[in-house]
Design a protein around this ligand. Structure first.
Ligand SMILES: Cc1cc2nc3c(=O)[nH]c(=O)nc-3n(C[C@H](O)[C@H](O)[C@H](O)COP(=O)(O)O)c2cc1C
Length: 267
């Protein structure tokens, strides 16, 4: 249980370029959560306000550490806000069946986390509205990003708004919003940590194995993984015996791959 840890902290990330249909539904989720627990401490970040330039693809985050990103002073404060939260609500309008460019650009800056995940205890709720189609593929795309970052659980609310800028949530949509926000809250307040899926065990064990030996060009990955030596997933996160075995098998496969493949990050 999450006893004695103080008020729950929830960060809301607006991944769209304005406060539109998706933000309206996000505020409804926030209102509902406030009704359940008036002590929740909310914070907000609107990615369209932080002035984050496009990722230049320099790959310095992968090779030398994310703090060497030329845009680190824009990215790090948001990373700190996520770190400081118990749960994060991502407000994600569906643009072309996918994440809006502003959010995609932010996730590009966080892509190094596929090599070096964190946020193992965090829970997320992704809220998407769409005109007609692809709400589910949008929430799924964001959920996949979040599992790469290490998030422990991601709830998804894909909603067909049938509107450009004048969405009035139906009683059914409101009920779905309240139900999923309630589950998100119950999960956070329980303190329960979930067994990770196989898709999460693959990068964790593969990158750990691939960086266990000397490479011609040591990278930040080589400094990151030793603290997890012998662990098939992050400490404190439960693993079933089957998942432990799977993690070990992936690790062994990574060691074999290392022998037969030359990985270089030299530029
Ligand atoms: C650039 C852009 C792309 C869009 N792409 C889609 C789409 O692929 N499928 C769809 O059904 N609706 C699409 N829409 C409609 C929006 O998904 C819909 O109006 C949504 O509720 C907008 O949320 P927002 O008001 O929070 O931005 C698009 C709208 C815009 C502005």
């Amino acid at each position: 249980m999450r006893w004695g840890c103080g008020a729950i902290k929830i960060l809301i990330v607006n991944g769209g370029p304005h406060k539109g249909n998706t933000w309206l539904l996000t505020e409804e989720a926030k209102r509902f959560l406030t009704d359940i627990d008036g002590d929740i401490i909310f914070s907000e970040v609107h990615l369209s306000d932080i002035g984050l330039p496009f990722c230049t693809g320099c790959s310095s985050c992968f090779r030398r550490g994310h703090w060497t990103c030329p845009h680190s002073e824009k990215v790090q404060p948001v990373m700190d806000m996520i770190e400081d939260s118990d749960g994060v609500i991502f407000s994600v309008p569906c643009f072309q069946g996918h994440l809006p460019g502003i959010l995609k650009n932010f996730t590009d800056h966080m892509a190094f986390m596929l090599h070096r995940p964190r946020y193992f205890t965090k829970k997320a709720l992704v809220i998407t509205t769409t005109g007609g189609v692809s709400a589910r593929s949008t929430t799924k795309a964001m959920a996949a990003v979040l599992s790469g970052w290490g998030f422990n659980k991601c709830y998804q609310l894909p909603i067909m708004a049938l509107s450009w800028n004048d969405y009035r949530p139906s009683a059914k949509d409101l009920k779905r919003t309240h139900d999923i926000a309630g589950k998100f809250y119950a999960d956070i307040s329980s303190g329960k940590l979930h067994v990770p899926g196989a898709g999460v065990l693959i990068p964790f064990n593969l990158f750990q194995a691939m960086t266990a030996a000397e490479t011609d060009y040591p990278t930040e990955d080589n400094s990151f993984w030793p603290k997890y030596a012998g662990m098939r997933y992050a400490p404190g996160i439960p693993l079933t015996p089957g998942k432990k075995l799977l993690g070990w098998l992936i690790y062994q496969a990574g060691r074999r791959l290392l022998k037969s493949t030359t990985v270089t990050y030299r530029k």
